[in-house]
Design a protein around this ligand. Structure first.
Ligand SMILES: O=C(O)CCC(=O)C(=O)O
Length: 246
């Protein structure tokens, strides 16, 4: 694919995200969806845990470690994507996991406003998410929204959200009134690459269309986990998980 890396980086550095259209080929999508549906049926039987959250009794909303799905490895090997990610991180890169946000029709849960790095605790915030639309995603079915340029603020304070699967949310959401909100409209196979500090979230899916997306996470090969931030996050997560059991 003919990608203008310089232009992509310029846009991403300015806005905090970049929309990469046509990452997956149309003819691959039906194979991918059928494999995902098999994967989800297996995970459904595992029941709810720190790794898996349900939107209803039977429907998975999110899986927080899905590196065991065979397509993740294929996506991670995509040469065009790797060139873009290396350019954006501006360094050698390391894989940092993969997630599923299945967001089923009618009952899909919201992801409260957050910055990914509050969860990841990367010391220099040299990290990003590739959010891959496996179905069309937009404002109506709970597409991911962004506050443009908000990554420029650095790491913001968060508090417990009490939302299953997304334990943290911005402590001062009103600060976002200074930023322009956008919900990119994606076709299945498009993806968004977002900076780990850009503020984003998604609304509940009340529509009759499911909105499945999966993510790949990358960090700079030279980044480290900030132990203090990680301890603080893990302590909060423990309280969050305890509160969900009550
Ligand atoms: O897919 C969603 O609804 C939320 C995704 C998200 O928050 C993320 O990729 O960091």
């Amino acid at each position: 694919m003919n990608l203008n890396l310089k232009e992509i980086k310029k846009y991403y550095d300015r806005e905090g995200y970049f929309i990469y259209k046509g990452f997956l080929k149309k003819n691959e999508l039906s194979q991918i969806r059928s494999s995902l549906s098999d994967y989800i049926s297996i995970k459904q039987n595992e029941g709810s845990s720190r790794n898996i959250n349900f939107a209803s009794k039977k429907q998975i909303n999110s899986v927080h470690n899905m590196t065991d799905w065979k397509w993740i490895k294929k996506f991670q090997k995509n040469e065009d994507l790797l060139r873009v990610v290396k350019k954006l991180i501006n360094d050698e890169i390391r894989e940092f996991g993969a997630e599923l946000f299945a967001k089923p029709a009618k009952v899909g849960l919201k992801a409260p406003l957050h910055q990914d790095n509050y969860y990841w605790c990367i010391n220099d915030a040299s990290a990003l998410t590739v959010w891959i639309a496996l179905e069309d995603s937009d404002l109506r079915n709970g597409g991911v929204y962004y506050y443009k340029k908000s990554h420029g603020l650095g790491l913001l304070e968060h508090k417990r959200s009490y939302a299953p699967g997304s334990s943290q949310t911005l402590k001062y959401p009103e600060s976002m009134k200074h930023f322009k909100k956008t919900t990119p409209k994606l076709k299945a196979g498009d993806c968004i690459i977002h900076h780990c500090l850009v503020v984003h979230g998604s609304e509940a899916n009340k529509s009759p269309r499911s909105r499945t997306g999966c993510t790949l996470r990358y960090i700079s090969a030279n980044s480290k986990i900030d132990k203090f931030l990680k301890m603080r996050y893990e302590a909060d997560l423990k309280k969050h998980l305890k509160s969900l059991k009550k």
